[in-house]
Ligand binder design. Sequence first.
Ligand SMILES: C[S@@+](CC[C@H](N)C(=O)[O-])C[C@H]1O[C@@H](n2cnc3c(N)ncnc32)[C@H](O)[C@@H]1O
Length: 196
Amino acid sequence: MTREFFNEHAEHWDERVAEKDASKLEQMAGRLKIKHGDRILDVGTGTGVLLSYLLKKVGNGGGVIALDHADKMLSKAKAKDFKGQIDFLCADVMAIPFKNDVFDAVVCYSSLPHFPDKTAAILEIKRVLKKGGRFFVCHTVGREHINQIHRRISSVENDLLPDAIEMTTLLSKAVFTEIQVEDKADNYLASACKAG
Ligand SMILES: C[S@@+](CC[C@H](N)C(=O)[O-])C[C@H]1O[C@@H](n2cnc3c(N)ncnc32)[C@H](O)[C@@H]1O
């Protein structure tokens, strides 16, 4: 259902929906503890809105896997001329086709609300993270704003971004450490570490 929804909206996603404020995207990418040389998984990359910022952070020695289950969203991302080491992967977060312990960081930018089972998705993300690797859930608009928009669209009406207490609980249950959730009026950033 979610997959069809995003495929239907892929054509006009960048013009009508995606974040257009480059400074907000740059700022958010800057808050993620990503280092040069890191191997990153961007889950729900969509049309690749955050990709150039992630590629800049990982530099020449690093790389990004851009994963999405909606092939038409991914096609839009692929058509962009990204500079750097990037691979595109059409797959579901519920079954990430990678071995255990391979990524330095996993980023979910504007995608976590749509995961059908957040507990299982977070466990799957944790599986592919290296020990000491970091998980980021980020949005460049506020939680209330996102949730209000979703509640008005029947296909995604139940796809809500958890508040700080719920998110902390989800991450704690998955046995992440160093959990921090910043739920601000105009942005949201949850981060956590897979214990070493
Ligand atoms: C709101 S869009 C955000 C896309 C992009 N990150 C952006 O900010 O423009 C959410 C994306 O997550 C993807 N997505 C949702 N559920 C997913 C799942 N279970 N597995 C993989 N991707 C998923 C959707 O296909 C969609 O492209």
